[in-house]
Design a protein around this ligand. Structure first.
Ligand code: SAH
Length: 238
């Protein structure tokens, strides 16, 4: 059996002898679009059991079955890092979710800030982007995309989580990310930035640490990737 080229996320237990029943969409993709035949290899992961090599055991137009053959890679869970960000335009929000999944975060939390002008976010669509990113980047874990919450609510629910508060008002200042172990969140504001009130609230929290991402103002999507890079390099699994 040649090595598999297709990686698929499934919501199904994986393990020796497991058969995975495919949904109609998955069957359409594997057999209609990718033209896989009986016995063809596919890599599977479910965010829990690591990556498994499977082969096509039954193939039909509307369904099919894959049979797990061998464990390929163990589950790798990213550090306990959340990305909290204010949603922006649709395509850029999709980009942020995709990049966060690639960069390695546990959870993605859209937050409503005073200057957030994106309407409702479609959680399911964003979750599908996170799944797709994990499929493509070889990840064995898929971060959960939470429902959008108001910033004050999100800050009240932080527990002992530290916050890397990316504050455009700090531009030119030194990025001061303290060496604190444990759970963290990166917080990115909307195109309009944070309000004075929000900034004051964040500054009053011992667990929030204002940092600058260099001497230039970045767009929110760039800022998200840059902040995750800095955090991963300093405190994460890079
Ligand atoms: N309209 C604002 C900029 C918002 S940029 C202004 O002109 O001041 C969107 C978000 O990206 C910010 O809220 C912040 O979280 C982050 N960001 C962008 N550039 C940054 C920088 N140089 N340092 C820290 N955070 C930055």
């Amino acid at each position: 059996m040649s090595e598999a080229k297709i990686r698929l996320y499934v919501e199904h237990p994986l393990g020796q002898g497991q058969s995975v029943v495919l949904s109609r969409d998955q069957a359409h993709y594997l057999f209609g679009v990718m033209r896989l035949a009986l016995g063809a290899p596919v890599l599977l992961f479910n965010g829990v059991d690591g990556e498994w090599l499977a082969e096509v055991a039954e193939a039909g137009k509307r369904g099919g079955v894959l049979a797990c053959v061998a464990a390929r890679r163990p589950l790798v869970i990213p550090p306990d890092l959340w990305l909290m960000f204010a949603p922006i335009k649709k395509a850029r929000t999709d980009f942020i979710v995709e990049k966060a999944a690639e960069m390695g975060v546990r959870r993605i939390v859209p937050v409503q800030t005073e200057f957030t002008n994106a309407g409702r976010v479609q959680r399911d669509r964003l979750q599908a982007h996170a799944v797709e990113a994990a499929e493509q980047c070889g990840g064995t874990f898929v971060p959960e995309v939470a429902e959008m919450v108001r910033l004050d609510r999100a800050l009240a629910d932080l527990g002992d989580r530290q916050v890397m508060f990316c504050d455009e008002a700090e531009v030119g200042g030194a990025p001061a990310l303290p060496d604190v172990a444990g759970p963290w969140a990166v917080l990115i504001g909307p195109e309009g930035g944070f309000s004075d009130k929000e900034r004051a609230r964040l500054q009053s929290l011992d667990q929030a640490h204002a940092v600058a991402l260099g001497p230039r103002i970045l767009r929110a999507d760039t800022a998200a990737v840059a902040a995750l890079t800095v955090w991963q390099q300093r405190l994460g699994d890079w």
